[in-house]
Design a protein around this ligand. Structure first.
Ligand code: SF4
Length: 201
């Protein structure tokens, strides 16, 4: 079976550029191995090389696409160099907006501040807040970096906001009303809008 580097869901085209991720979220589709949208298989036998991603772009039909989203079966910033190169490749060829869906842990992954270079590569960033406090975040996200992850994720979001207008947090409504309300307060305290997504199994 071939693996989908690029797949479509409605008018958005998703880029699956890595299967790597430093987290083990309890709800992650990586746990169920389901594919999404028109994707048939999102698991790579090997991580895609830049040339393979370029080839997938060249062969993909982008008709009716209005946004490209780095998302996929892993954390896109694990493949930061490729992410930046692919954004450039897209911008040189298409007028699409480019969005990054991220767990916000890029600074911990790369052991340096990464907000500026990421913000130059995309038009909007959606950061998974998941939970409104470090303890419950850790229980659900199970990041490899432990409890410092939550504060690092918040800092990354605030840093991004310095470079890009369209930065938002997301939570899923299944966390419950109380945690959603707490998330709204935390997001406001950090000066970042919160999008509450409906859970879809
Ligand atoms: S951060 Fe994203 S890719 Fe990583 S385990 Fe969580 S949901 Fe899955």
């Amino acid at each position: 079976m071939t693996t989908d580097i690029i797949y479509r869901y409605k008018n958005q085209v998703y880029f699956n550029i890595t299967n790597k991720c430093p987290c083990r979220c309890t709800f992650c589709i990586r746990n169920t191995e389901d594919a999404i949208g028109e994707a048939s298989n999102l698991w790579f036998e090997h991580e895609p090389a830049l040339e393979e991603i370029y080839k997938a772009i060249d062969e993909f039909d982008f008709s009716d696409c209005n946004e490209v989203v780095f998302c996929g079966y892993g954390e896109p910033t694990m493949a930061l160099e490729n992410l930046i190169a692919v954004s450039k490749y897209i911008r040189e060829r298409y007028p699409f907006r480019i969005r990054l869906n991220t767990n916000g842990l890029s600074d911990l992954i790369h052991k340096r501040s990464t907000a500026e270079e990421i913000c130059q590569a995309v038009d909007s960033i959606s950061i998974s807040l998941n939970m409104p406090d470090a303890a419950s975040y850790n229980e659900v996200v199970r990041p490899a970096y432990g409890e410092k992850s939550f504060d690092a994720m918040l800092k990354f979001a605030r840093d991004c906001k310095q470079y890009l207008d369209d930065v938002r947090f997301t939570v899923v409504d299944v966390i419950g009303e109380e945690k959603v309300e707490q998330s709204k307060i935390l997001a406001a305290q950090n000066g970042i809008p919160l999008r509450v997504r409906k859970y879809s199994p």
